[in-house]
Ligand binder design. Structure first.
Ligand SMILES: O=C(O)C[C@H](Nc1ncnc2c1ncn2[C@@H]1O[C@H](COP(=O)(O)O)[C@@H](O)[C@H]1O)C(=O)O
Length: 478
């Protein structure tokens, strides 16, 4: 049997196949039918504005000769996108198969619905078809639709999933704020920290990206074929089209009005948004790798899932597959987002159509990230610190106390205490290259001419207590 003969159609890509459950929430905003539905919303809202006006023009029809819609007629027009379902998708596709123009097919679909309107809606008649897409170029409809789809996807799907990761990490940072942990710089034992503080570093970094997203602008334009309102003015010279355009984009579409464009909205806001998401992806990629290595070290233990197989051949294993999956999907997301950011900001003269094709992949770009967020969350929820390993690591590395001892010696020397010269060299002599015990550290402190208070403070230190103010720093992660 050929797989292409099976219905429903087998997905080519994992986002819509294997991982569909995790990525499905984005279908509502970033799929092809979602875009076409949004195009219909934009088209009918434009018709409503043209027919019923707005406060700025005294609520009179913008276009002379058009009768204002009644409430029932407005409700009917708005039902066109809301009722766009399987049958509508097929009908739109049939139009597109003939027009080879997706926005024109939307226009014809709206014409079909006008034909089918109840007779009592007297303004929804054949004559009204003239008002559909009035003075618009396809990009007027597309840029507004895409901006609204992306804004909704970000606000309703991606950002909540991202925030859930931050909230989880923040709760764990708080819980483990005082749990000491051996640091490794260059992979070598270094000044201890706390587990909570290390997680809080990620919370702080991710919160900065969240704030960037909160101030992200989503721009839109509606100004005709080359952004000059040429057709608008030729048809209706007495209308303040700049005011109409601003009203539509700002108040009806809920976007930031872009007054100055070629045929296309310049897509700079998209480049900015995708750069931020890509940056957030990379921070979380760093987190995945760190946690993976903590698991490998034994600092985090994984809770085995009942019935699940770690390795197909090595029965003892619980593999950190959620973190590995997240790592891979963040990488895929970044590569698409980076391509979108880099290419969408260029268009030949007043337009080329490369952006149209590229923007069809926004769903994939955010889909890979959403999938990664899903797996990262599951991974984070399935780990907990292994106190035995953490304590053992600290206890096996008393040499990390070389730093506080030599720094205290410097302070003593600066205060004029004799015998405190060459502190770095003296401690290096003791610490480097051989294993250091608690007793050796104590003996070294005793051999130096510390004042009693400093000696007592240093002797009270252990690798586990040498964590500075790491616990308090967690409070700065918001
Ligand atoms: O309002 C217009 O259409 C003006 C026209 N510019 C266009 N603006 C927007 N869409 C256009 C344009 N041209 C084509 N198409 C249609 O875009 C679709 C491209 O398909 P795909 O490559 O799959 O993304 C595909 O459906 C194309 O038919 C111009 O001549 O400047």
């Amino acid at each position: 049997m050929k797989l292409t003969d099976i219905t429903p159609a087998i997905a080519l890509t994992p986002l819509d196949g294997r991982y569909h459950k995790a990525t499905a929430p984005l279908v509502e905003f970033l799929s092809e039918p979602a875009l076409n539905r949004e195009r219909m919303r934009v088209e009918v809202e434009w018709m409503i504005l043209l027919a019923n006006g707005f406060e700025g023009n005294g609520n009179r029809p913008v276009v002379d000769g058009v009768t204002p819609f009644t409430d029932a007629e407005i409700a009917f027009l708005r039902s066109i996108p809301e009722d766009f379902g399987a049958e509508g998708i097929a009908r739109h596709a049939a139009h597109e198969a003939v027009t080879h123009h997706d926005v024109k097919a939307v226009e014809y679909y709206i014409d079909d619905q006008i034909d089918a309107a109840p007779a009592e809606l007297s303004n929804i008649n054949d004559r009204l078809k003239t008002l559909v897409h009035f003075a618009c170029t396809s990009e007027d409809i597309n840029n507004l639709s895409i901006a609204r789809c992306v804004k909704n996807a970000m606000e309703q799907v991606w950002t909540p999933a991202f925030t859930a990761i931050i909230d989880h990490l923040a709760a764990k940072a708080d819980e483990y704020r005082a749990k000491p942990l051996l640091s490794l710089t260059h992979g070598q034992p270094a000044t201890p920290t706390t587990l909570g503080k290390e997680l809080a570093v990620y919370v702080y970094r991710l919160n900065r990206q969240l704030r960037h997203l909160a101030s992200q602008e989503y721009l839109g334009k509606i100004n005709g074929a080359t952004g000059t309102f040429g057709a608008h003015l030729a048809a209706c010279p007495d209308v303040d089209w700049i005011a109409v355009s601003r009203e539509f984009v700002t108040n009806r579409m809920g976007l930031t009005w872009n007054p100055l464009t070629t045929q296309i909205e310049s897509h700079d806001w998209q480049a900015e948004l995708y750069s931020t998401v890509s940056h957030a992806n990379r921070i979380m990629h760093n987190l995945c790798v760190d946690v993976w290595m903590y698991i490998s070290r034994g600092v985090f233990a994984q809770v085995p899932v009942k019935g699940a197989t770690g390795s197909s051949t090595m029965p003892h294993k619980v593999n950190p597959i959620r973190f590995e999956n997240a790592e891979a999907n963040f990488e895929l997301s970044c590569s698409l987002l980076d391509t979108l950011s880099a290419t969408l900001v260029e268009s030949r003269w007043q337009r080329d159509l490369t952006d149209s094709t590229t923007q069809r992949n926004i769903g994939s770009a955010l889909g890979y990230s959403l999938l990664a967020l899903h797996n990262l969350k599951g991974g984070l929820e399935s780990i907990h610190p292994n106190d035995v390993v953490i304590a053992r690591e600290l206890d096996e590395n008393w040499e990390v106390l070389g730093e506080p001892i030599q720094t205290a010696m410097r302070a003593c020397e600066l205060r004029g205490l004799p015998g405190m010269d060459k502190p770095y060299e003296k401690v290096k002599e003791l610490m480097r290259g051989h294993e250091i015990s608690k007793e050796a550290v104590e003996a070294f402190i005793d051999q130096q001419a510390f004042d009693p208070e400093t000696a007592a403070r240093l002797k009270a230190l252990t690798p586990a207590s040498y964590t500075g103010v790491a616990d308090r720093l967690v409070d700065f992660d918001r």
